[in-house]
Design a protein around this ligand. Structure first.
Ligand code: SAM
Length: 234
């Protein structure tokens, strides 16, 4: 990132007007949120991490990837208010299943309200506790394989979550990791930010894994400058 480039924000959560306008243009045209999604987004203000849910067009992308891949079972690390969870639950359909892992009971309570309002509660299990422990329990219980895993919790733990995802998926599974660009900080090899280091470590782990095909995309928009990794298990 160049400091004299006035199109690029210094702060991860800053978002130039043009980026927001383009997101608004496409979201209004292609991704109309219904009342349940609007309520879920707005209720983020009652969680421990306001404004940390994916943008509407990103939620729609997650739903489309779920449908395109034919995923019926989704595992999510990081529920917050259940905004992305609703997109997954609608995409897997009434016969599908979403297990979403959340640290904070208060956030889980807000999420359950939103899942109820969206009419998808019967397809979703919200599991409260540290996601590494919850995932270990799923592994120990012999949980059937998931078709898609979305990693969007605490970023320093990304490598742990990837490892758990690999234990909980089989051939053809899709793994998506959010917030991997971090306003460009991902390229700072000397970064002492544990979130950046978590992204770098998981990127290296994916690169070294013989069964994973992957790419990463930068995104700009209402959530600033960030991006996601999409991987598929051979
Ligand atoms: N996926 C959500 C969405 O797009 O609507 C946003 C998730 S938000 C970025 C991250 C969530 O991970 C927060 O709700 C936070 O409480 C949760 N979290 C943080 N550390 C965690 C941990 N160790 N185990 C489980 N959840 C954790």
């Amino acid at each position: 990132m160049t400091s004299n480039d006035d199109r690029v924000p210094e702060n991860r959560y800053e978002s130039p007007r043009a980026w927001r306008d383009v997101d608004d243009y496409f979201s209004r045209a292609l991704v109309p949120e219904d009342d349940a999604l609007v309520a879920a987004r707005e209720s983020g203000a009652r969680t421990t991490m306001p404004n940390a849910e994916v943008a509407a067009n990103q939620g729609a992308l997650l739903g489309l990837i779920t449908r395109i891949s034919g995923a019926r079972r989704v595992l999510e690390f990081g529920t917050l208010a259940g905004y992305s969870t609703i997109w997954f639950a609608r995409a897997v359909g009434p016969e599908g299943r979403v297990v979403t892992l959340e640290l904070e009971e208060d956030n889980a309570r807000v999420a359950r309200e939103n899942l109820d309002r969206a009419g998808v509660s019967s397809q979703v299990s919200v599991v409260v506790g540290p996601a590494a422990d919850s995932a270990a329990t799923l592994i120990a219980q012999g949980e059937p394989p998931f078709d898609l895993v979305f990693i969007d919790a605490d970023k320093p733990s990304n490598p742990i979550y990837l490892d758990a995802a690999l234990r909980l998926t089989g051939t053809g599974a899709v793994i998506i990791i959010d917030n991997v660009v971090r306003n460009g900080a991902v390229t700072a090899t000397d970064s002492d930010d544990p979130r950046v280091r978590g992204v770098q470590a998981v990127t290296q782990a994916i690169a070294a894994h013989p069964e994973l095909d992957a790419t990463a995309l930068q995104t700009v928009g209402v959530k600033g400058w960030d991006g996601l990794i999409v991987a598929r298990r051979r």
